[in-house]
Design a protein around this ligand. Structure first.
Ligand code: UDP
Length: 229
């Protein structure tokens, strides 16, 4: 079932169903985009119509974050659980697929990749447009099943969408700051905070530079309540 939240269709699936869907996309062998939508991304997509169109063309959009799950339920959709990008990636990495890590500062994806034997290629996320043909050719020659792109929102979704026809990778997922977490450079909130739906607060406290982004949350709640009315 899809929940329409501020113009974006979000797939209301469990983590298990999401994993099955990603695996079915891998077997289709056709390049596809997977996005993980938190409140901030949905707020952005409500006025960045290019991003909104891209998300609505994606093979899968997961409800990443307590805000997205709340919004889906508030709007009357049956949204079973949060499917956070970092959890989705952690579960996929346990499976026997070939991964390419593309994104984050120099050395970060490399450090993250050292922890997983099934990563077949790595590239940092700082480049200019002249580098892109080389980046795409390196990604394609690694013959990955899953490309993780961590360039931040909406750069990563736009980059995947614009290069989908040139990429020879069945599943391309926008993963934000996941490489920083996998490398151990950024900590995730403790389990109790995740369960209390306070992971956003933890991230803001840990990286005060992100605190400004928190204003998106009340704005999001306001907009969703308005949409229902
Ligand atoms: N990043 C990158 N290239 C860029 C801009 C950002 O690789 O041109 C990386 C950055 O180093 C970080 C990630 O993209 O690893 C963005 O992380 P953030 O937690 O801000 O992600 P978001 O909240 O947008 O999902």
């Amino acid at each position: 079932m899809k929940a329409q939240i501020l113009g974006v269709n979000v797939d209301c699936l469990t983590m298990q169903q999401t994993l099955e869907k990603v695996e079915s996309l891998i077997h289709k062998k056709q390049s596809s985009l997977v996005a993980t939508a938190n409140a901030e991304m949905l707020m952005l997509a409500s006025h960045d119509f290019e991003l909104q169109k891209i998300l609505n063309s994606a093979a899968l959009v997961t409800p990443d974050g307590a805000g997205t799950v709340w919004a889906a339920r508030h709007l009357g959709f049956n949204c079973p659980e949060r499917v956070a990008g970092v959890d989705l990636v952690t579960n996929l990495l346990k499976k026997n697929y070939r991964f390419y890590f593309f994104g984050a500062a120099e050395g970060v994806a490399k450090k993250a990749a050292e922890k997983f034997p099934n990563v077949v290629g790595v590239r940092n996320g700082f480049f200019n447009s002249n580098d892109e043909p080389e980046i795409i050719s390196q990604i394609n020659s690694a013959r990955a099943d899953i490309l993780l792109v961590g360039l931040g929102v909406p750069k990563q979704e736009k980059w995947i969408f614009n290069n989908l026809k040139n990429l020879n990778v069945p599943v391309c997922i926008g993963v934000g700051g996941t490489f920083d977490v996998l490398a151990g450079n950024v900590k995730r909130a403790p389990k109790w905070m995740q369960q209390a739906k306070l992971e956003w607060l933890f991230r803001a406290l840990l990286q005060p530079s992100r605190a400004g982004r928190l204003v998106a949350l009340p704005k999001f709640v306001f907009k969703v309540v308005g949409e229902k009315i």
